[in-house]
Structure formats: structure tokens, C-alpha cells
Design a protein around this ligand. Structure first.
Ligand code: ASP
Ligand code: MG
Length: 422
């Protein structure tokens, strides 16, 4: 059995959905579990809906909601000629449910409301794709993952209960009665009381890996709009190279530092069971892409990871005392409370430095909280470059026209915080 994951870009239009049929057509005899994301940028749009909803801006969310509904119906019209096809009614009903939710008052818990609403992106997209696959003659069954994947109620970053979920997934996800394709949603789950949860943005890869682990799949393939894992983001780098084979360890390191192609949580469930992960292009689907697994290589390719728009926050005790474990505990508690992630940290005798993404709301909250007991200074407009398997020439290459603010060197990785000199 194979697990195929199709992300937002690979299901963003009627043409993209048709392409899935073409890909599945290459595997006429295999059992395949298809995991899909919301279509295109739907999750971002739903986040805007949620923001308007929770601030009581009905006009704001209605506008976004209408646009989202219209774009999904355009995709339906591109897929089905007969307007009587049940897909139209079902998708209409799902939008109706969502509309009803939005017509209620927001609760006092933003994150809880977020999960109740955000799951519609994946529910709707998987329904449309499921109907279309059946329409083309592929026998598939649509599964609501929330019946099987159970998590705690840590809304927006829910933690999956592996034991319970494994039991339920094995019970529910069965290939039988001539059904060799199952289709379900990535990114979402539910509590044992059936309240919807989500696993963190871009979490569909993680779902695919979990399901593969639970069902002992042969491999997972993530179908993407890039040819595989590249050694740098072509947005920031000329002549990038495709990495054909990658060890689990290198993949997890690259994902952790923010390579973006794979979600960091994806690797562990696969590594634990020795399941191969393929990252392939859904456009050029015959190309081999990248294989991530138990591989050894004779040549190490340096990889470059760029994080733009970084903020350096410098925190020092007000009385010039040393940074102690007490201080660190307090600083980390503040970060944790506001869900702020650190991309790089460093300390000296009297200050603690952290580099974070410029999420303006979070930065404000964190700085305000820190300022109660510390002197806080911060600098914006920075870039963080991580090089795995670095040497002097790779460092020189990224330092052109940059000022070095700080660096951290390990054996394999170097991280450079820089300012662009324009
Ligand atoms: N649709 C979700 C997101 O955009 C999950 C995913 O795409 O992996 O974050
Ligand atoms: Mg995605």
C-alpha cells in the first residue's frame, strides 16, 4: 500500500485535480491512500475568515466566505458537466454548515474556534476530489479522518494519541469490496469528544506519515510543484541542484531549519518504520524526484536555507546581573505562552539573544512581557542563513553584500544572521 499526499498547489484547480487522476492511472493495480490538503490558498483565506469572525466583523467574513465558495464552485464546474451531479449539493451543504458556524457568536477561545472552522478547507477539497475520482471510474471511498485520528485539545497544534489512533485507523482504513483507493484529509483530527482539531500549519505531510506508519505502508509520496528537494530555494538562489537521495537525518535537519519542502514532523514516523519518502513533481510525474530513507552517499551536497524578515531580540537583566537558569526559565515560559518559536539563540554573560520570525503580533506580546523584568532591544529586517555541510566557499557565496550580525557554527551546520547591504 502506498500513501500519496497532494498539497494545496497540486489541488488548486480543476486541471490540477484532473492531473491526480492521471497520476493514479500509473498505478492501476496498487492500493493507495490519498491524503489531500485544502485547495490552493484556502487555509490562508479561512484564517482571514476566522479573524473577521472573532472580531465580530460580519461583513468582513462574508466577503471572504463568498469568494471562497465561488472559487470552489468554479472548480466543480470545471470538473462536472452535469449540474445535477451530487457533488454540487454536497459541497453546497458543507459551505452551509460552515455558514451556520460563522453565524454563531465566537467563543472566548480563539484557537478552539479556529479549529472548528479551518477543517472545512480539507473536508471540502477531499469531497470534491473523491467525487471526481469516482466520476472518472476509479473506485474510491471518502473517509473523514476525524473519526480515526484522535488528538488532545491543544487547539491548532494538537498532539495525536498514537495508540488510540492506530487502533481506529487500522479498523477503519480498509481496502475491500473492490475499493483500492481511499481518500482522506491531511492536517486535521479530532478529540475523543469529536471536536475538530488541527495539527499545525502545513501539517498534511505529517498526517500522511502518521497514516503510513500506522498502516505499515510501503512508501509515502508527496506530490509537489517542485521537482523534489532542492539544495536551496530558487527564489533566493541561482543554479540550485536537486538532491536525489537524502538520509532521514539530513531530511529532518533540513526540515527543522526551515527548508519548507517537508514538514519537520514528517520524518520521525517514517524513520521509525523504515518507510521511504518520495518527494516528486506532480507536473513532471515520471521524474524520480528525491528519495528520503536509509541512504548513504559518497558526496555531501551543501544545502542553503534562507529565512527572511527575522528579528533579533536582546534581553538583559535590568541590574546588569548574569543571565541565570532562573532568567532562562522565565524567558522560555514567556515564549511558550505566546507560541513563539526561536530560530536561533545565543547567550553571553549579561544578555540572551534570540532570533525569531517577524510575526508582529507575537513579537509585540513577547517584548511587552519581557520588558516587565528585562531591558529589551530588538532589531528587525535581518536574514538568517543556514548552511548544512558548509565550507568557506559556501559561506563566502552567501556573504556577498551582507553584514554579519552573528554566527553559530556546528560540525555540519553553520547559521549566519546577516543584514542585507542592498
Ligand atoms: N491546508 C493546511 C495549510 O495550508 C495544511 C497543509 O497544506 O499541509 O497549512
Ligand atoms: Mg501545503
Amino acid at each position: 500500500m502506498f500513501v500519496f499526499k497532494f498539497g494545496g498547489a497540486s489541488v488548486k484547480s480543476a486541471e490540477a485535480v484532473r492531473n491526480i487522476v492521471e497520476i493514479l492511472g500509473k498505478y492501476p493495480d496498487d492500493e493507495i491512500l490519498v491524503v489531500v490538503s485544502a485547495m490552493g490558498k484556502t487555509t490562508n483565506a479561512l484564517e482571514r475568515v476566522i479573524d473577521h469572525f472573532s472580531s465580530g466583523d460580519r461583513q468582513g467574513w462574508t466577503k471572504e466566505f463568498d469568494a471562497l465558495k465561488a472559487s470552489h464552485f468554479r472548480i466543480l464546474e470545471g470538473l462536472f458537466d452535469e449540474k445535477e451531479h451530487p457533488a454540487f449539493r454536497e459541497i453546497g451543504e458543507l459551505f452551509g454548515e460552515l455558514y451556520e458556524l460563522l453565524s454563531e457568536e465566537p467563543t472566548l477561545n480563539y484557537n478552539y474556534d479556529y479549529d472548528r472552522i479551518i477543517c472545512y478547507g480539507e473536508l471540502i477539497s477531499s469531497r470534491i476530489i473523491g467525487h471526481y475520482l469516482n466520476h472518472t471510474g476509479l473506485k474510491t471511498r471518502w473517509m473523514d479522518i476525524r473519526r480515526s485520528l484522535k488528538s488532545d485539545n491543544n487547539w491548532r497544534e494538537a498532539r495525536v494519541d498514537l495508540e488510540l489512533s492506530t487502533r481506529l485507523v487500522r479498523e477503519h482504513f480498509r481496502f475491500e469490496e473492490g475499493i483500492r483507493i481511499l481518500i482522506t484529509q491531511g492536517f486535521i483530527a479530532s478529540t475523543i469528544n469529536n471536536q475538530s482539531t488541527s495539527l499545525g500549519r502545513e501539517g498534511s505531510d505529517y498526517t500522511a506519515a502518521l497514516l503510513a506508519h500506522m498502516l505499515n505502508a510501503e512508501s509515502v509520496t508527496i506530490w509537489k510543484d517542485v521537482p523534489g528537494v532542492l539544495n536551496a530555494d530558487p527564489k533566493y538562489f541561482d543554479d540550485t541542484v536537486l538532491i536525489e537521495r537524502l538520509s532521514y537525518l539530513d531530511a529532518i535537519e533540513l526540515a527543522y531549519f526551515g527548508t519548507g519542502v517537508i514538514h519537520p514532523k514528517t520524518i520521525k514516523p517514517l524513520q521509525n518504520k523504515n518507510i521511504n519518502l518520495h518527494v516528486k513533481s506532480f507536473i513532471n510525474h515520471e521524474a524520480p524526484g528525491t528519495l528520503i530513507g536509509n541512504v548513504v552517499y559518497d558526496k555531501l551536497t551543501p544545502s542553503f536555507i534562507f529565512k527572511m524578515d527575522q528579528v533579533l531580540i536582546r534581553t538583559s537583566p535590568r541590574d546588569f546581573s548574569f543571565i541565570s537558569e532562573d532568567n532562562l526559565e522565565e524567558i522560555f515560559r514567556i515564549l511558550h505562552t505566546h507560541g513563539m518559536r526561536i530560530n536561533l539563540m545565543q547567550n553571553s554573560a549579561v544578555s540572551f539573544l534570540m532570533i525569531v520570525n517577524n510575526d508582529k503580533r507575537k513579537v509585540r506580546l513577547v517584548v511587552d512581557a519581557l520588558e516587565e523584568n528585562y531591558r529589551v532591544a530588538y532589531q528587525t529586517g535581518l536574514e538568517l542563513v543556514t548552511i548544512r555541510y558548509f565550507d568557506q566557499s559556501t559561506i563566502d557565496r552567501v556573504m556577498i553584500n551582507k553584514e554579519l550580525i552573528l554566527e553559530q557554527r556546528g560540525v555540519q551546520n553553520i547559521q549566519l544572521l546577516v543584514r542585507d547591504l542592498g
